[in-house]
Design a protein around this ligand. Sequence first.
Ligand code: TXA
Ligand code: MG
Length: 343
Amino acid sequence: ETKFWTIDPSNVDSIQIEEAAALLEDNQAVAFPTETVYGLGANALNEQAVQGIFAAKGRPADNPLIVHVADKDQIEEVVTHIPQMAHKLIDAFTPGPLTLILESNGSCASNVTAGLPSVGVRIPDHPVARALLQACRLPLAAPSANRSGRPSPTSAEHVYKDLNGRVAGIVDGGPTGVGVESTVVDCTGARPVILRPGGITKEDLEEVVGPTDFDPALVNQEEKPKSPGMKYTHYAPEAPLWLVEGDLAFLQRQIEQLQQNDKRVGVIVSQEHAEQIQADEVQVCGSRAHLNEVAVHLYSALRSFSTDTIDVILCESFPEHGMGYAVMNRLKKAATQVITQDK
Ligand code: TXA
Ligand code: MG
């Protein structure tokens, strides 16, 4: 009973948008594309509607949701005030892959913020998401549209696999752009703090607001994250994922050792290394020289291996600058272990 629409993002059909918006106004959950990943949206002002998101995803109730709005005025409707640094960030990067943590004014349903005094807000930059937000004129709570713990969906097929039959509707607007989720920046303190690296890099942010910190939990695994969602198992593919830090010969040796133990090995590597690696299945995830491309292909690569044919997935490491920082953050969370070559 899940309804489907296929909408061309370059020529958005307003009748189909109205149908999907009507379900949202009726407090039902609808999945739609954003420029980062697909989101599962529902009316952020209604507790029952928001409860539907948690139920469909199997999401822990203490993990707050991001509220998606059409414009800056609509941000003002859910927060107490917009501090100076947040004004600068909104003007520079939105619509776009940036989520701001601001002081909540209590308008959103309490399960959106999991009882926190703050709320995460973002203005997405995707024609379908924007048309839906304009049509329903509601702030939409929307986490990524995957079953909790799985890689985020970058296509409507991914959403279908995880949520068909569990949500009222799925809007297919083609593949998403950035490939990893928005950067979450806490603007409630004296300086901006990155709680989750994403589509806007630290370098991008610093050009606009100056020195920006990473949440210590991103750097040191012992620290408790300020973003509640960062503590859960995340982005996990079906088979266990091993992140390999070492050269190509080291990676190939790991593959062969596993194969000698009757394991079928899948590998995720960059285009530059694809031809030099032999495994049971090889997925190429873009060029190491363009880490944005790696981000675009990362989640579909993780989803591409089935336990029917693969027992272990090995993935090469990427440089931790620019979008590589977000890519490595997701890989470290998805991995069951990190294998490091002795120096
Ligand atoms: O790109 C994105 O941000 C996608 C698309 C659909 O917009 N959404 C997304 O939502 O990734 P979700 O729910 O999968 O991740 C939300 C993250 C979680 O890590 C959550 O803990 C954090 O944002 N978050 C939300 N509200 C927060 C708050 N008030 N304080 C701290 N962290 C918050
Ligand atoms: Mg998510």
